[in-house]
Design a protein around this ligand. Structure first.
Ligand SMILES: [Zn+2]
Length: 109
């Protein structure tokens, strides 16, 4: 399972790099809108990276890519669009908790 710890680190870095990229281009400039862009136009890029480099299933990769974005009003809609139920989401997410019981995912704000 060690490789999945690297996947968690990787997706956190990708998340921050996407912020940097969007801050640089100014599209969009607002942090919350940048998160929405990650949930929509960048979700495939983020989850594909995990699938290709860490051999993750699409579902697991999408869950990791959406980490830390659960409190947004659009979150459930994006999750549904990716054919992941609420129960599945939290079950998969729970599998990526580390031994300090800290939940995986990205919490940049
Ligand atoms: Zn963020």
């Amino acid at each position: 399972m060690m490789i999945f710890k690297f996947a968690v680190v990787a997706i956190t870095v990708i998340h921050e790099v996407l912020h940097a990229y969007m801050n640089y281009t100014g599209k969009p400039i607002n942090g919350d809108r940048q998160h929405l862009a990650m949930g929509e136009q960048y979700l495939n890029l983020m989850s594909s990276y995990l699938q290709v480099n860490y051999g993750m299933t699409k579902k697991n990769a999408v869950v990791l890519a959406l980490g830390g974005l659960e409190n947004y009003t659009w979150f459930n809609e994006v999750r549904d669009k990716n054919n992941i139920s609420d129960n599945e989401y939290w079950t998969i997410k729970g599998n990526y908790k580390d031994n300090t019981n800290k939940t995986s995912g990205t919490y940049c704000q």
